[in-house]
Design a protein around this ligand. Structure first.
Ligand code: FPP
Length: 244
């Protein structure tokens, strides 16, 4: 079990960490392996990082597992990823529950195979009462699509007279997003050295700190995770204010 980092001890541990798990394909290709081998290793790392986040005392962990753009990949890779998600839920579901982790999925579930959507529904229901780490998995997620869906929902409510358009404020808008009820991420981490946001938590990351780390996701060990959280603890967050 990982010890809480110095940052945690000093009370500067981020409450909500969000991760863009990038670099599975390159990790595999560098080893002469098929891309799917990288995703499989990546799924193992998901287990380790969820465990580490829970042990360290992170309250919310959001993982970018599949974007609305990822459908453009080769059919075989998409199929492989969907099977990995199925396998992860089947194999890890009971353990997540035992660890008191509350699991939630964000994204457009309607476009996924019915059996996978059913597994997701069931894991959410099974873990809904848990009080430990809140794990949020973004699957078929896109920040812009999420914003459009929220705008449409609010517009429908306004057109039907259920809300007054003048009452639409940041809080109300946040409440119409898939992430409703989750605090905005304090820290967004992207692995593999790429420095892009890639349509992840577009609204929610307005004031987040970002950490871009060189390790590909399969090499993002709990030690690298703890180091990244430690570096976050050193930063001063101002939220637009002048330093005091
Ligand atoms: C990006 O790496 C990674 C993905 C698109 C998939 C993320 C999926 C996992 C980590 C596996 C399982 C996840 C769960 C939640 C069980 P990439 O393939 O784009 O890497 P590249 O940029 O090197 O090609």
């Amino acid at each position: 079990m990982l010890k809480p980092s110095a940052a945690a001890a000093e009370g500067c541990l981020p409450a909500h960490v969000a991760i863009i798990m990038d670099g599975n394909g390159r990790w595999a290709q560098r080893r002469g392996l098929p891309r799917l081998a990288g995703h499989r290793k990546g799924a193992e790392m998901v287990r380790e990082i969820v465990e580490a986040a829970s042990d360290i005392g992170v309250s919310y962990l959001t993982l970018y597992a599949f974007s609305t753009e990822n459908w453009r990949r080769a059919a075989e890779e998409v199929r492989g990823l969907m099977n990995l998600f199925r396998m992860y839920i089947r194999r890890e579901g009971a353990d997540l529950n035992r660890r008191n982790v509350q699991v939630r999925f964000i994204g457009d579930r309607g476009a996924l195979d019915r059996d996978l959507a059913a597994l997701m529904d069931s894991l959410e229901a099974q873990t809904a009462g848990n009080t430990g780490l809140k794990l949020c998995v973004a699957l078929n997620y896109g920040g812009r699509v999420e914003i459009i869906a929220a705008a449409r929902r609010l517009a429908e409510d306004a057109a039907a007279g259920r809300i007054d358009p003048a009452e639409i404020c940041e809080e109300r808008f946040s409440g119409a997003l898939w992430t409703h009820g989750l605090p905005d991420p304090d820290l967004v981490i992207r692995t593999s050295g790429e420095m892009r946001v890639s349509n992840f938590l577009t609204w929610q990351s307005a004031y987040s700190e970002f950490a871009f780390v060189d390790e590909c996701w399969p090499d993002f060990t709990p030690e690298v995770f703890a180091r990244t959280l430690g570096a976050f603890g050193e930063r001063e967050r101002r939220f637009g204010a002048v330093p005091g």
